[in-house]
Design a protein around this ligand. Structure first.
Ligand code: HEC
Ligand code: HEC
Length: 287
């Protein structure tokens, strides 16, 4: 009965096609399922009070996945780490606790890697919003926890993104369509009601893929029909690019481009004119 949760993929209508039309012609995307607050089950049709917040979207058929090492010693190590660091909230059998933490049954490797590699878990307090932190576990320990949790809880494989296979222009369009409303244009953070939206300055390509497919916290998740593999690769490429945008003569005002810079230039020019006018004016009166 518990494992049935893993099978309940959300049937989201996904109209977006593979090729992006030019930016100006794009119609606003239908907002993905509105994310719910802490205990909400993200709209998944399930009766479990402590179901995973959202069932992560599996990678599309035939799309690349990320595999993590697993071996009996790794699973054993993961079990010990889990009992110490996670079971107080997520339950001894990954079943979660109503009002405290969601079940980890069926979440799969992606969310576990995402939450641990960005230092979001373990939380100190179940009521706080998970945020990026120094990871509490080493890479080996994270692999151990993934090995244990996926062995016991199952779930889809983790997605993958290869920025080299993507296109910056496609990534930019996808970002404008699906992400900029929350994460803003150059992938710096923003605010949505009730949540802090992190800047994407530190996210790796894999973390971008994981976040897109799972939708952490209030972020919506996107399946392979909404954002296909090529678009995902492109998004990762764009997000990584925003860290070192090739500087097209910017003044460092967020590299937002020539128009705002032009406006800034006007204000500076205006200021200069006023100063000059004052200087001239003062001289005239003293003469
Ligand atoms: C203090 C309680 C607490 C502890 C300890 C804790 N978690 Fe969590 N965990 C939560 C809460 C609350 C959420 C829901 C967070 C959210 O809204 O994004 C969560 C969410 C998660 C998710 C996402 C689940 C989903 O539905 O997609 C994963 C994966 C996860 N935790 C893994 C872990 C692991 C692994 C550990 C141990 C290293 C751990 N957590 C320790 C409270 C806790
Ligand atoms: C409704 C608002 C919203 C939208 C739309 C959204 N996000 Fe997010 N995103 C969030 C929030 C809130 C978090 C923080 C979640 C948490 O702390 O667990 C987040 C976290 C992330 C992270 C983790 C950042 C880090 O380094 O810790 C990545 C990567 C990310 N989003 C990428 C994307 C991409 C790519 C898109 C578009 C496909 C997108 N997001 C769309 C709200 C949003």
């Amino acid at each position: 009965m518990l494992t049935s949760v893993a099978l309940v993929w959300m049937a989201t209508p996904a109209p977006s096609g593979a090729s992006s039309p030019p930016l100006a012609a794009e119609t606003p995307q239908p907002t993905p399922t509105p994310p719910g607050p802490l205990k909400a089950d993200g709209g998944a049709p399930t009766t479990l009070p402590n179901a995973p917040l959202k069932s992560p979207e599996p990678p599309g058929a035939g799309n690349p996945t990320t595999s993590f090492p697993s071996s009996p010693p790794l699973v054993a190590q993961g079990m010990a780490l889990y009992q110490n660091g996670c079971s107080s909230c997520h339950g001894i059998l990954l079943q979660g606790q109503p009002g405290v933490a969601p079940s980890l049954i069926g979440v799969g490797a992606g969310p576990v890697d995402f939450y641990l590699s960005t230092g979001r878990m373990p939380l100190d307090n179940p009521r706080e919003e998970p945020g990026r932190n120094q990871p509490a576990y080493t890479r080996t320990e994270i692999n151990a926890l993934i090995a244990f949790i996926t062995k016991v809880g199952g779930g889809p494989p983790s997605p993958a993104a290869n920025p080299a296979a993507g296109s910056l222009a496609v990534g930019f369009h996808q970002f404008v369509d699906h992400c900029a409303g929350c994460h803003q244009l150059v992938a710096r953070g923003g605010l949505v009601v009730g949540a802090y939206v992190p800047a994407l300055q530190q996210a790796t390509a894999l973390q971008v893929a994981e976040a897109v497919r799972m939708g952490p916290y209030l972020m919506p998740h996107f399946d392979a029909k909404q954002i296909n593999q090529y678009q995902l690769d492109s998004l990762a490429k764009y997000v990584l690019w925003t860290r070192h945008p090739s500087n097209a003569g910017g003044w460092g005002i967020y590299n937002i481009g020539p128009i705002p810079e032009g406006i800034a230039a006007w204000f500076l020019a205006l200021l200069a004119l006023v100063l000059v006018a004052r200087l001239i004016g003062e001289r005239m009166t003293t003469e």
